[in-house]
Design a protein around this ligand. Structure first.
Ligand SMILES: *[C@@H]1O[C@H](CO)[C@@H](O)[C@H](O)[C@H]1NC(C)=O
Ligand SMILES: *[C@@H]1O[C@H](CO)[C@@H](O)[C@H](O)[C@H]1NC(C)=O
Length: 349
């Protein structure tokens, strides 16, 4: 048998295995495992209760257990705003922090836990740049949380972080929902729920959202070989039970939304975010600003519209799939986005 024939045989075998995997993906359990990759933990449950072990400040980070409305327990960290970092974290100091400072609820991407380095960096940056509280939580089935992931369940997980902040004295107007990758889908679901229940009030005084787009097919590594066959990919994709419809959700939300994406993101092309922004601003006049760094490099482009709803798009030249969310450039752009003629970002109120 010639090398060519052998190669051909292997191609058939691998092709067969690949086809079998794709077929098995139609099974809900397999989807759940492959999509969320929650078993890739990289941090043990015991250590997760010690956020300082991952680099967060031992003086202003608390480990929490959030309780969901359907009986799950979630592992979470609460990082206090920087200006309170020297405060003793007594119960009354914590309540004070929620009363007097904004709160960022951070929903991470798929795989692993809140202890992944980029996620830790996000939880450290927001208290610093925004002088905000951060609640970084692990979804059900991830990290030290109980249960199994599902789109509906993970949306309830965001709700439990929100409820906790409110119960401690936060107001919805000063809560920023922040999602990365998969977390964007979760947060857009949750924001839509809030809007439909009438929790969010008019633009500029309501829940602000910072989102990156998430298109499940793009992050699903097994779908990559199908890039050349988009129709087949989309067909297979219709079998996925987990459909995060970010664009549709955003149409139901009046409050400000900033979408950030790096142009060198290889996992999910920036076109997804650009398309998402355009779908939100078809009836708007948008303004575009080139952002140049002090070193003279092009940092990116910031495009925004104020009517009918406040929407922003930050496209950075660098940052890949994971690094935009914890970059100071994003935090600065978020501050710029949230502060304008009608609303000034002021952490002290
Ligand atoms: C969740 O329930 C546990 C056990 O009942 C309790 O210790 C914990 O304080 C609760 N968490 C919150 C945020 O209320
Ligand atoms: C744009 O305006 C048209 C006509 O008023 C309306 O039907 C459509 O829903 C609007 N689209 C968005 C995204 O707001």
């Amino acid at each position: 048998m010639g090398i060519l024939a052998k190669g051909h045989k292997w191609l058939v075998i691998f092709g067969g295995i690949y086809a079998a995997i794709m077929v098995s993906l139609m099974h809900p359990y397999v989807q759940q495992e492959v999509l969320y990759l929650r078993r890739v933990r990289m941090a043990d449950k015991e250590t997760l209760s010690n956020p300082a072990a991952f680099g967060l400040s031992p003086f202003k980070t608390l480990n929490l257990q959030l309780n969901t409305s359907d009986g799950e327990q979630l592992g979470a960290w609460h990082v206090l705003p920087d200006s309170l970092s020297r405060a003793d974290a007594t119960e009354s100091a914590i309540t004070e922090a929620f009363h007097t400072h904004p709160t960022v609820l951070f929903a991470h991407g798929n795989a692993a836990t809140r202890a992944m380095s980029g996620r830790v960096a996000t939880a450290a940056l927001m208290p610093h740049k925004l002088d905000a509280n951060v609640i970084s939580f692990d979804y059900r089935g991830f990290g030290d949380s109980t249960g199994l992931p599902s789109e509906l369940g993970m949306t309830l997980d965001a709700q439990s972080a929100f409820d906790y902040a409110i119960s401690r004295g936060a107001t919805p107007e000063k809560i920023i929902l922040m999602g990365q990758s998969l977390g964007t889908g979760i947060m857009s679901n949750f924001a839509r729920d809030l809007a439909e229940r009438g929790v969010s009030v008019p633009p500029f005084s309501s829940v602000a959202k910072l989102l990156e787009t998430y298109k499940v097919a793009g992050l699903f590594p097994l779908f990559s070989p199908l890039r050349a066959l988009p129709q087949l990919r989309d067909y297979l994709f219709t079998f996925l039970r987990h459909k995060y419809n970010t664009a549709e959700n955003l149409h139901h939300i009046q409050s400000p939304v900033l979408i950030a994406h790096s142009l060198d993101d290889l996992e999910i092309p920036a076109e997804h975010s650009i398309g998402l922004f355009r779908s939100q601003t078809v009836n708007s006049t948008t303004e575009s600003q080139q952002l140049t760094s002090l070193t003279g490099h092009e940092f990116g482009v910031f495009e925004h519209a104020d009517k009918p709803a406040k929407r922003g798009l930050l496209l950075t030249h660098k940052g890949g799939h994971n690094n935009v969310v914890w970059s100071e450039g994003l935090a600065d752009t978020l501050l710029m986005f949230l502060s304008d003629d009608e609303f000034t970002y002021d952490p002290h109120y």
